[in-house]
Design a protein around this ligand. Sequence first.
Ligand SMILES: NC(=O)c1ccc[n+]([C@@H]2O[C@H](COP(=O)([O-])OP(=O)(O)OC[C@H]3O[C@@H](n4cnc5c(N)ncnc54)[C@H](O)[C@@H]3O)[C@@H](O)[C@H]2O)c1
Length: 345
Amino acid sequence: MKKLKVCIVGLGFAGSVHTDAYNSIPDKVKIVGVCDMNREKAEMMSKSYDTKAYTDYREMLKKEKPDIVDVCVPHHAHAEVVVAAANAGANVIVEKPLAPNLEDANRMIEATKKAKVKFMVAEDQLFLPAHRMAKDLIDKGAIGKIFMARALSVVCDKPVEQNAWQLDPRNLGVLMDMGVHYFMALDWLVGEIESVNAMKEKVVVDLKGKEYDDNAFTILKFKNGALGEVALTSCAVTEQYNRLEFYGTEGTILIDHSWEKPLMYHSTHPETMTNGWVRPDVEHLTYPGYYPIAFGYEVKHFVDCVLKNKKPDVTGEYGRRAVNVALTAYKSAKSGKIQKVENVD
Ligand SMILES: NC(=O)c1ccc[n+]([C@@H]2O[C@H](COP(=O)([O-])OP(=O)(O)OC[C@H]3O[C@@H](n4cnc5c(N)ncnc54)[C@H](O)[C@@H]3O)[C@@H](O)[C@H]2O)c1
């Protein structure tokens, strides 16, 4: 079988885990180039993965003619790399958030459509085995109609350098960076979000002159009537964790990625009835150990979509929806009012 030629752009945290994921499926892909504007990083990665190093992605596209380009640069740079890759005829997977604004999101969707290439947003929340199990339980009706859902994400990742890309005003703050994970996961698991009421603050990060939300709350109303909440902090002084809770008319699902068995559920539905809480076996490593598992599945999914000519599960349009909810949350935080999520599809 012909192997797909893969190039990775941006070799920080996300780029390293993605590169490892491609390296684990050598029968399907060959990593033909890695690129980072930081030469040292590019050369180090090229040695580790026995491939070519580039500091200019345009040169890499021209020389390697990849089948897949995996984009792991900071949010504000996603669009320029995705559009260039699509114009070069490559299928593209880009890290979340699709973009920190709708103009960039639209540009990427249009360019990939015009080039007739596959396009996927790498949203790891949709590839976590515990979340896939929750989806299966919810779809089977195990907890009935969901009336409330909560997400809590607690990380210790506050930007400390004045020139950190996270503090570039184009990238906004945790409502965008962390929020899109949960806006998309809740859209997928509960339903489309109708309106939001958000509060955000720069509470802990003390770099001067920077507009950056490091802590945020968003209250959600879903189109199906359910209520939800997303609480985010990047400043926790603790082990990191994240948690999802789903309350339905016939049961409850709790997921906490700091647990060895991350999912427990209680069901009164006749076909899935439990005797109290059950904790099924599920592939998992406590957060942040789960990244290689989730990234592994998302990369394999995209590779299979390219090989089998299938539409990816997480399209550009779906990524744009989560970005739109985050932007609406910013509007709400600024106005102090509940904001309706406008349709951008
Ligand atoms: N799915 C997840 O859970 C997850 C986790 C971490 C990061 N991410 C996403 O991945 C993206 C990158 O985040 P990160 O934490 O890996 O950042 P990072 O700072 O660790 O790495 C980014 C890298 O991109 C390089 N870079 C920037 N602009 C470039 C350009 N034009 N050409 C080539 N290289 C360039 C930088 O030199 C840096 O090495 C962000 O959009 C972020 O939201 C997602």
